[in-house]
Write a protein that binds this ligand. Structure first.
Ligand SMILES: *Cc1c(COP(=O)(O)O)cnc(C)c1O
Length: 388
């Protein structure tokens, strides 16, 4: 076999990921890994029990393609209770293999080759790769600094919409910046989607992990948007079970059906025993989730203070697992090089934000730190950051 890269052209830009490189460096130098965005503790005990019980009960064969009924009902009920959004669990909810497959299914099922898909930069890495798989063309609209946080560049957003736009991918609360898009930003996205007859796919996997008394507003609740929005969420970040890969999409029947058509030939169905366990968690463990968000808020505070004390300019994180920090006050402006050197220098790993962008220049310096880690891990990272 030749060792040449045999990957097709359209996927070649996605061959390597920074996460693998940074995690390898973290292992080599025994660093505290704040690069990886997953929690290091388990979700609610009753949910873990429910999964074991489902295996014992023999729920080990293919579940229905659209997902087990109790999970679809729980997904629908949660959205009704929290946001007043009503979805028919039989026609308007689809269970997927994580939010990742929901995104892939929506894009592959709804985007024609050559169609343009708008996404907010920095963007979650799967968006660009998935649009490339569908033969779509991505158009990026940046977040811009706004005080110590970020907001959408609304002029660039309006300019990005055109006759070829078929979809906008909206991620709020936003990974990697921890931004919750403002009402004004959401209103402008909704106005443009209606005016240009564009479908919105919303990645809301951090919907419950918002801080400082903020509330999350689904784009689907804005005027005209229920009929043109596919709302995606997942158990992964909500219930600390990123390895279970249980996600879902909710929306009008024709959009869910298009997603289902693609999903059907990606994975056929999602994992059987984890679906009833997540249904149990949605029905009985939302209190656990509220506690988890409060604990994350405290972790956000601790790591933000440690970064500030170490000399970084720290951006406001309003939600998610992440906070972004600017090392320029330390005399550093190459975020990628800095991230490569940090594990060896001080024993902490982070990821450079520029890897989530097309236009790297404005993001060149910035670092993302994940704080969904045990308190002693955060404390150790804080201690090591003092060495800077
Ligand atoms: C973690 C993450 C996902 C993936 O969720 P899964 O349910 O694990 O597939 C999708 N979008 C964003 C923004 C994420 O941070």
């Amino acid at each position: 076999m030749s060792s040449a890269n045999r990957t097709v052209d359209r996927l070649r830009p996605f061959t390597t990921t920074i996460f693998a490189e940074m995690s390898a460096l973290a292992v080599d130098h025994d660093a505290v890994n704040l690069g990886q965005g997953f929690p290091d503790t388990d979700g609610p005990a009753s949910m873990l029990d429910a999964a074991r019980q489902a295996i014992t009960d023999g729920r080990n064969q293919y579940p229905p393609g659209i997902g087990v009924p109790e999970l679809r009902r729980a997904v629908a009920r949660t959205q009704h209770d929290l946001y007043g959004l009503d979805y028919d669990p039989d026609r308007e909810v689809l269970i997927t293999v994580g939010a990742t497959e929901a995104i892939a299914g929506a894009v592959v099922g709804l985007v024609e080759p050559g169609d343009e898909v708008i996404m907010i930069e920095p963007y979650y890495d799967a968006y660009a790769a998935t649009v490339a798989m569908a033969g779509g063309v991505r158009r990026v609209v940046p977040l811009v600094p706004d005080g110590d946080g970020f907001r959408l560049d609304r002029e660039r957003l309006a300019a990005a919409f055109g006759p070829k736009t078929s979809m906008v991918l909206v991620n709020s609360p936003h990974n990697p910046t921890g931004t919750v898009l403002s009402r004004d930003d959401l209103t402008e996205i909704a106005r443009l989607c209606v005016e240009h007859d564009v479908v919105a796919v919303t990645d809301e996997v951090y919907e419950h992990l918002v801080f400082d008394g903020r509330t999350h507003t689904p784009l689907a609740t804005l005027p005209g948007m229920r009929a043109r929005t596919l709302r995606i969420s997942s158990a992964a970040k909500t219930f600390n079970c990123t390895g279970w890969k249980v996600g879902w999409v909710s929306g009008p029947p024709e959009l869910v059906s298009a997603t289902r058509t693609a999903k059907q030939y990606m994975s056929y169905v999602g994992s059987g025993p984890f679906q009833p366990a997540v249904a149990h968690a949605l029905e009985h463990e939302m209190g656990w989730v509220r506690e988890s968000a409060l604990a994350l808020q405290a972790k956000r505070d601790r790591i933000s203070t440690a970064l500030t004390d170490a000399g970084f300019a720290v951006h406001r994180s309003e939600a998610t697992y992440f906070v972004c920090a600017d090392p320029r006050p330390l005399g550093v402006d190459d975020g990628i090089e800095f991230c490569r050197s940090l594990p060896e220098r001080i024993g902490v790993a982070a990821v450079p934000v520029s890897v989530f962008t097309d236009d790297r220049e404005p993001w060149h310096h910035l670092l993302r730190f994940a704080f969904a880690k045990r308190d002693e891990v955060i404390a150790e990272a804080a201690e090591r950051l003092r060495r800077l």
